[in-house]
Ligand binder design. Structure first.
Ligand code: GRF
Length: 217
């Protein structure tokens, strides 16, 4: 599977995906890095990994994509024959035209156990809510913010003396583990969606179908 990563910042999840995809037996290749921030550290990481990069010129408001930007990104995805997208700290909502281009094969990683604490500062929200267990979620992307069907989750404990930074670092270790794993499952067509539920098929098994269920992939 030919994959584009969309990222706005530091790029540690980009690194984790890139590290996994370097293994010749991994079923996905990172072909393109798109960023809305010309100064994002992830761009230098992609360049040093010899991945083609593109800056998407977007308006400053979070949800706004210039129609021209959508057209340019679609052209670039088409040119690179991209089949799937991983959002990795991408601070924009992705327009439906781009989700459709990849037939919904668009993943995101979020640093909470969704549906708890969507949006910004998920670790701060977790501490403020007083939860004892936090974690991260890889999910399919839909048109909302952190609302798509859940693929994989991992949990970590919350300690009494945790700061936001300490909790974020503990969660990040799990992010770097489950994101490549979710991409591997997607690329080997082992994810089976029924409504909002996502099931992982056993390797080499034949999918079972219940009449009337909608199987998206
Ligand atoms: C991660 O915590 C990810 O879950 C969230 O944004 C952060 C990105 O970090 N969506 P990085 O740029 O991958 O290091």
């Amino acid at each position: 599977m030919r994959v584009a990563v969309f990222a706005s910042g530091r790029g540690s999840n980009f690194d984790a995906l890139w590290g996994a995809a370097k293994d010749p037996s991994f079923p996905a290749r990172l072909e393109l890095l798109l960023s809305d921030r010309p100064d994002a550290p992830v761009i230098a990481k992609a360049r040093s990994s010899n991945i083609s990069t593109q800056i998407i010129p977007l308006e400053s408001k979070r949800g706004v994509w210039e129609p021209r930007a959508v057209t340019d990104v679609l052209a670039r995805l088409r040119e690179a024959r991209i089949e799937g997208i991983c959002l990795a700290g991408f601070m924009r909502v992705v327009p439906s035209e781009i989700l459709d281009f990849c037939s919904g094969k668009v993943l995101n990683i979020h640093p909470s156990l969704l549906p708890a604490f969507p949006g910004l500062h998920a670790q701060r929200q977790a501490l403020q809510a007083g939860v004892k267990v936090a974690g991260c979620t890889v999910h399919f992307v839909d048109e909302g913010v952190d609302t798509g069907p859940i693929i994989l989750q991992a949990s970590v404990p919350v300690f009494d003396d945790d700061t936001e930074e300490a909790l974020a670092s503990r969660i990040l270790v799990e992010e770097h583990r489950i994101y490549p794993e979710a991409l591997r499952l997607l690329a080997t067509e082992r994810l089976h969606r029924v409504g909002r539920r996502v099931f992982v098929r056993a390797e080499c098994s034949t999918p079972s179908t219940t009449p009337g269920e909608k199987h998206e992939f």
